[in-house]
Design a protein around this ligand. Structure first.
Ligand code: DQA
Length: 141
């Protein structure tokens, strides 16, 4: 059984209500159910969300300590959190990391075109709505 942590950053707890024209009208609970359905029989997947940078970093440390693959939507932390980047960099060669985004940040405001996380992730999936998470799970099979 392969364990995978799906970590969601700030404001993703407001999915469904938040800018539905960008992020869709399905909420985080729906995403959790979808991910449980999408996981293969040998994937044990836990989905978490936090608005706190320190909590997110602690969860990355947990993934390091427990050798758990990570799917991470760092949300706004993507664009500026060197602390989160340093934490994710620790995972290199230890576990796999897939960065996901619901929207395609490159089609949006300029500040979203920079990800400080991408160069320490194994891969990036962006722009496919909640399907981005399914593609990330596939990438880890
Ligand atoms: C996001 C894109 C980020 O730019 C934004 O800050 C988010 C969500 C996405 O999933 O499309 O909160 O990561």
């Amino acid at each position: 059984m392969k364990s995978i942590l799906v970590l969601n950053g700030p404001n993703l707890g407001m999915l469904g209500a938040r800018e539905p024209e960008v992020y869709g009208d399905l909420n985080l609970e729906h995403l959790k159910k979808q991910i449980a359905d999408w996981a293969t029989a040998d994937q044990h997947v836990e989905v978490r969300q936090t608005d706190s940078e320190s909590m997110m970093i602690e969860w990355v440390h947990e993934a390091f300590n427990n050798k758990t693959d990570v799917i991470i939507n760092p949300a706004a932390f993507t664009h500026y959190s060197y602390a989160l980047r340093d934490a994710v960099a620790m995972l290199e060669g230890v576990v796999k990391v897939v960065e996901v985004h619901i929207s395609n940040p490159h089609r949006r405001e300029k500040f979203r075109h920079t990800s400080v996380i991408s160069s320490v992730a194994n891969g990036v999936i962006a722009g496919f709505g909640l399907e981005s998470y399914r593609l990330a799970l596939n990438a880890l099979t």
